[in-house]
Design a protein around this ligand. Structure first.
Ligand code: AMP
Ligand code: GLY
Length: 431
């Protein structure tokens, strides 16, 4: 089978690494890819950067030319832009298996207001909320004052992970609401703002693979979103991850399945959304009960870099079955080992940072997997090419062993101006 993966991050490197091990995989392409995917696949650097009608057309042409049978869409942008719809609408791609929902499915991530309505309708536990626009901003300002603090404001649309503001005072929340609705703080993404209750608890992510009828629950993971140690400073795409999560015991995960996963799949069916792909459920564990913080219509990054290495069976037939609605007969075999990943970022990230620095030491790493995120190759050298540069994944019998492998490997890797958090997984050691 020939496979095309869209994306260029650590998530896509982890997926490519796993798919490339399948005996059923003939040719594997990653578009655009990075210096890591290049080790296990053929990169198509000029493809998968734009998803306007020309971008979609080029992807279609590539699929035809290289006889691609399976397309795996990594990030949300192509899904929200309708890559799946485009391919489904064309007779030429009738046989193509696609892992990634269509635009309506992608709205679960693309619009927080839509996701909230969906959860309300399907009685899925989530923070109580209301949505406001410029037309009822006065009501929104009053609504803020009727809530207890802190208050959570969310831009409705995609805002590169920055669209959530947690305000500790009414004044701050009101100023932010005005900024979002009147001054386009997050561009058109904040034309609508969801205001919701603050949930106090511990966060974790659960991943589901569904063909629209049946589902498989993948290993859960904990992500470390803030740039600074002890969860301080601005939010990032994710600075590290651990899987499994000790507090997500069987009882808790059963609640997640019954109260969230099953009603979500049923709700998608009831809305006639033909959802085939990954579903990432961001959860808060509030005193042992799960509440949904957000849906994403893709895998997490860097969570994929700890989830995928724990999957013991061949992932390719499972992805193919997802796209062809034959998931009922598939099973996952999950390793009991713990996986941790530490993300090495460019100094300055998530604000301005430099690119093009030569990375050395990756080939000295022998006891961890080094997944590339923001890298590119040039004359056999690996250069930094993004904020999040590498994710270094260790596995072991317990969290400490996994972390030791991640961190001892991180110490072998160098470039001019790198940073990583030294406390990934520490909170889980004391649970
Ligand atoms: P999101 O972009 O939806 O993932 O939100 C970013 C982060 O904001 C989440 O990872 C949570 O840490 C936090 N967050 C979002 N919604 C809530 C909420 N209702 N209560 C507490 N924290 C939240
Ligand atoms: N690590 C969080 C995300 O992928 O959205």
């Amino acid at each position: 089978m020939n496979v095309l993966i869209l994306g260029s991050g650590g998530r896509e490197h982890a997926l490519a690494w796993k798919i490339s091990q399948s005996p059923e995989c003939d040719q594997l392409f990653v578009a655009p890819g990075n210096a890591g995917t290049l080790q296990v696949a053929t990169n198509i650097p000029e493809l998968g950067k734009s998803f306007d009608s020309q971008g979609k057309h080029q992807i279609g042409e590539f699929i035809t030319k290289h006889d691609i049978q399976l397309l795996v869409v990594g990030p949300e942008a192509p899904l929200v832009a309708g890559i799946t719809d485009y391919l489904k609408e064309h007779e030429a791609f009738k046989e193509l298996a696609i892992v990634g929902p269509d635009m309506r499915g992608a709205t679960l991530e693309g619009s927080k207001d839509f996701a909230k309505e969906f959860m309300l309708k399907n009685k899925i536990p989530t923070a109580a909320s209301r949505t406001f626009t410029i037309d009822n901003i006065e009501e929104g300002l009053k609504f803020i004052q009727s809530k207890s603090l802190p208050i959570v404001l969310k831009a409705d649309g995609l805002a590169a992970g920055k669209g959530v503001i947690i305000s500790q005072t009414y004044e701050d929340a009101q100023a932010n609401l005005k900024d979002m609705l009147l001054n386009d703080k997050f561009g058109s993404a904040s034309n609508k703002v969801v205001i919701e209750d603050y949930l106090k608890g511990i966060e974790l992510s659960v991943f589901v693979l569904t063909d629209g009828k049946d589902y498989l629950i993948l290993p859960e993971a904990k992500d470390y979103k803030r740039i600074g140690e002890n969860d301080t400073g601005p939010n990032t795409g994710g600075m590290g991850a651990v899987s499994p999560v000790p507090f997500a015991d069987e009882n808790f995960l059963k609640k997640v399945e019954e109260r969230i996963v099953k009603p979500t799949i049923k709700g998608l069916q009831a809305a006639h959304i033909d959802y085939r792909g990954f579903l990432f459920i961001g959860l808060m564990n509030v005193n042992g009960d799960p509440f949904v913080i957000e849906y994403n219509v893709r895998m997490g990054d860097p969570e994929t870099q700890v989830v995928v290495p724990r999957i013991e069976n061949d992932i390719l037939p499972i992805l193919f079955a997802t796209a062809n609605q034959r998931l009922a007969s598939e099973r996952l075999k999950i390793s009991k080992e713990i996986a941790s990943t530490v993300v090495m970022v460019a100094e300055g990230y998530p604000d301005a940072y430099q690119k093009g620095k030569e990375i050395t030491g990756i080939t000295d790493v022998s006891e961890a997997l080094v997944f590339h995120a923001g890298t590119r190759d040039e004359n056999e050298k690996v250069l930094t090419n993004g904020g999040r540069v590498l994710a270094v994944t260790g596995t072991g019998k317990n969290i400490q062993e996994a972390l030791d492998k991640s961190y001892s490997s991180v110490q072998k890797i160098v470039w001019d101006g790198y940073y990583y958090r030294k406390d990934i997984g520490q909170d889980l050691l004391t649970l």
